[in-house]
Design a protein around this ligand. Structure first.
Ligand SMILES: NC(=O)c1ccc[n+]([C@@H]2O[C@H](COP(=O)([O-])OP(=O)(O)OC[C@H]3O[C@@H](n4cnc5c(N)ncnc54)[C@H](OP(=O)(O)O)[C@@H]3O)[C@@H](O)[C@H]2O)c1
Length: 241
């Protein structure tokens, strides 16, 4: 049975990816930081489908916890077919107000954690027949929004990591990115902010978490000749000025 490890699987996109991969027949290793209660409920749901599910908790801004997480997952799963780096930090701050600590934490979660987790889990990936790494990037990693300098830089670097590892780990390990546009508005967005964004999406709606999840499943099951690519799942937003 193939196994997928997903970071940030307790809520929103991460939990949708876990459900979709579970339904597609994968056993699951699932990580959360704060959302451990919802991860527990999700694990029960997926066990109900007959899947094996192991759970992990770690703060991905802490390099020691990242190292321990990598070691635990590797010990529990000597073979790992798919690794989905979904956990990510997002905040909007004026450039001049971004502290060194905010900058460091952003890079630690969005870039360093995927970098070093993949490194730690490489032996398990290499033991799989057709291993795949997926990064959750962002169309904003190529065309930044205002007040997201540290976030945009982290996602741009993650996109380059996608390409760098696709080249370096070929031909055995494929590495791709899924770049959401606006998916499931955060509660903090008011009606005016939502409308302003919807105006810029040709398909006229925000994306759903399932829109993202089904592309991860596609990359895992249907795309053996795709590596080093970022698939924008954004309703066409990045296609226009
Ligand atoms: N939603 C969108 O419109 C959108 C757009 C572009 C890109 N993306 C990317 O898609 C991914 C998922 O997005 P989302 O909207 O579902 O995310 P979200 O609702 O903001 O949730 C963030 C996820 O990251 C985890 N996380 C954050 N900081 C962490 C830390 N220090 N240690 C461990 N885990 C941490 C959280 O885990 P806990 O809850 O367990 O703490 C949670 O699962 C992210 O990488 C995001 O950048 C999303």
């Amino acid at each position: 049975m193939a196994t997928v490890f997903i970071t940030g699987a307790g809520i929103r996109i991460g939990s949708a990816v876990a459900r979709a991969m579970g339904r597609a027949g994968y056993d699951l290793a699932l990580h959360a930081h704060h959302s451990v209660k919802s991860l527990e409920a999700l694990a029960e749901e997926l066990r109900g489908l007959g899947r094996q599910v192991s759970r992990y908790s770690a703060d991905l801004s802490d390099p020691r916890e990242v190292e321990e997480l990598g070691a635990r997952v590797r010990a529990d799963h000597p073979t790992l077919d798919v690794l989905v780096h979904n956990a990510g930090l997002y905040e909007r701050v004026d450039f001049e107000a971004i502290t060194r600590e905010q900058y460091r934490t952003m890079l630690a979660v969005n870039l360093d954690a995927p970098f070093f987790l993949t490194q730690a889990l490489l032996p398990s990936l290499r033991a799989a027949a057709q291993p795949l790494v997926v990064h959750l990037t962002d169309i904003g990693g190529e065309r930044p929004e205002r007040r997201t300098a540290h976030y945009s830089v982290s996602k741009a670097a993650l996109l380059m990591l996608t390409r760098a590892l696709a080249v370096e780990l070929a031909p055995h390990v494929r590495v791709n990115a899924v770049s959401p546009g606006t998916v499931a508005f955060p509660e903090s967005f008011d009606a005016a902010a939502r409308e302003a964004i919807l105006q810029r999406i040709p398909l006229g709606r925000e994306g759903s978490v399932e829109d993202i999840a089904r592309v991860v499943v596609f990359l895992a099951r249907e795309a053996p000749y795709i590596t080093g690519q970022a698939l924008a799942v954004d309703g066409g937003r990045s296609a226009q000025l």
